[in-house]
Design a protein around this ligand. Structure first.
Ligand code: PFF
Length: 456
């Protein structure tokens, strides 16, 4: 492999991996899940899941990627030639592509909301000082206008696909790494600035208490299952993403340290988001509203901003944050398929990027239309968007992670994990047996429980 297919700096590879992990999952899904799973108790479960299971599973993917030095299918072919394990990689690639189809649509909405925040369209019909109920219906109407029309969201999604193409054509160093080096600091600066504002609102303390003061009696099996699901989603596990990125890590990258940094930064973003959202909704009396799903970011938060001086400014900052988070994640999800096309079918990077991203124009448009003219088209009672979302997150994501654990724990070359965690003996890695134990036993059992629990 030529060295320009490797990340060029330590900071760059961490920025890219954190960029993949920090996405709509942290900024949007996490606060919504926290709200529907009882507040602080969920946060606690999520943190434990990230550290206890997320980090070891991440290390499993890192070891496969760097040890196999290939795409998500190729690593299995190289490490276990002549077996059917490559199918695990193939399913991961397929799953990541399905996720990309609908994730890109939400990224498109984010771009549309950013545009409307800057251009003023989002706030022009909402009178300052309106009552909460009035404001809510105004923003719900806006959301309907922006999201359910057939043309506009498709156009914004197409623009996001265009940006992804431009970044991915730049390759690993000049595309993905450069983008992440610029955007990750932007993301953290915006988060901290917004957090400082919401924490200084009147009654912010009550929201903070709701988010941080855990009531252990609220920890139920359902909360644990959801916390584990959120941990895997937010760390980009089970989709071949970290296998692909780790194949670009230089041989002296310390995998243990990298995984802990990525997990902690991803947790930090989720916690900062909670510290933005819960104090703000409490302070403006919006905490009784449903904070679930898309309405949290596209209705409730615009309501929060409408209460602040210069709503368009805060709104622009927030949707920029969301866009940054979404873009660095879509790039990582798409890279799984791009790498596979390059390595398996010997395509040039340019051809691979186009073969993967151009058809997305059609697939993502179909997902987008499931809020417009295709809203009545249902499969198993779900729209195309809902079907893809639940099939990937509820089934393929846990299955993918479980398969990776079972493979690495039981079937991969015996010394792979130890070699990778110690950089072939150059580092001390006393925690290797603990990681191996979790990957072999605890993680597959808990993931199997999630799968079963989701169906009872
Ligand atoms: N980890 C990112 C997020 O939380 O949004 C992106 C992502 C990757 C989400 C893979 C879901 C997934 F299956």
């Amino acid at each position: 492999m030529s060295t320009n297919k490797l990340f060029s700096t330590k900071i760059g590879l961490i920025a890219a991996t954190v960029g993949s992990a920090v996405g709509l999952g942290n900024v949007w899904r996490f606060p919504a899940e926290t709200q529907s799973n009882g507040g602080a108790a969920f946060l606690l479960v999520y943190i434990v899941c990230v550290l206890l299971l997320g980090v070891p599973v991440m290390l499993a993917e890192f070891s496969l990627g760097r040890g196999g030095r290939s795409d998500a299918v190729g690593v299995f072919r190289r490490l276990s030639p002549g077996t059917a394990w490559w199918l695990v990689g193939a399913v991961a690639v397929a799953a990541s592509y399905l996720i990309l189809c609908y994730y890109m649509v939400v990224a498109g909405w984010t771009l549309e909301y950013l545009y409307e925040s800057v251009a003023g369209g989002l706030y022009n019909t909402v009178a300052e000082g309106s009552a909460n109920a009035e404001m809510r219906s105004a923003f719900l109407l806006k959301m309907e206008e922006y999201v359910t029309s057939d043309i506009r969201p498709v156009l914004f999604t197409a623009m996001m696909i265009g940006v992804n193409i431009a970044v991915l054509l730049g390759g690993v160093q000049k595309g993905i790494e450069k983008l992440s080096n610029i955007l990750m600091p932007v993301l953290f600066v915006i988060l901290v600035a917004m957090c400082a504002v919401t924490l200084s609102l009147p009654d912010a303390g009550e929201g903070v208490r709701y988010f941080l003061d855990a009531d252990f009696s609220k920890i139920t099996p359902r909360v644990i299952v959801n916390g584990l699901g959120q941990a895997f989603f937010s760390l980009s596990l089970g989709m071949g993403i970290l296998i692909t990125y780790a194949s670009y890590y230089p041989s002296d990258t310390k995998l243990m340290r990298t995984s802990v940094i990525v997990a902690l930064l991803s947790l930090l973003v989720a916690v900062l988001m909670g510290l933005i959202i819960f104090p703000a909704v409490k302070s403006f009396g919006l905490d009784k509203e449903s904070l679930e799903g898309a309405t949290l970011v596209f209705v409730t938060l615009p309501e929060v901003f409408a209460h602040l001086p210069a709503p368009w400014f805060w709104s622009t900052l927030f949707f920029l944050l969301l866009l940054v988070a979404a873009l660095t994640s879509t790039v990582s999800i798409a890279e799984v398929s791009v790498a596979m096309m390059q390595d398996r079918f010997r395509l040039s990077r340019r051809a691979a990027v186009l073969v993967i991203l151009l058809p997305l124009l059609l697939f993502s448009s179909l997902c987008s239309l499931s809020f417009g003219s295709l809203s009545d088209f249902r499969v198993f009672g779900m729209t195309i968007f809902e079907l893809l979302d639940s099939f990937t997150t509820d089934i393929l994501l846990p299955l993918g992670s479980m398969a990776v654990c079972i493979y690495l724990g039981w079937f991969a070359p015996k010394t792979l994990l130890a070699d990778e965690l110690s950089n072939n003996g150059a580092l001390r890695s006393p925690l290797t047996p603990v990681v191996l134990g979790i990957v072999r036993y605890l993680a597959p059992v808990l993931i199997a429980l999630i799968l079963v629990f989701n169906y009872i």
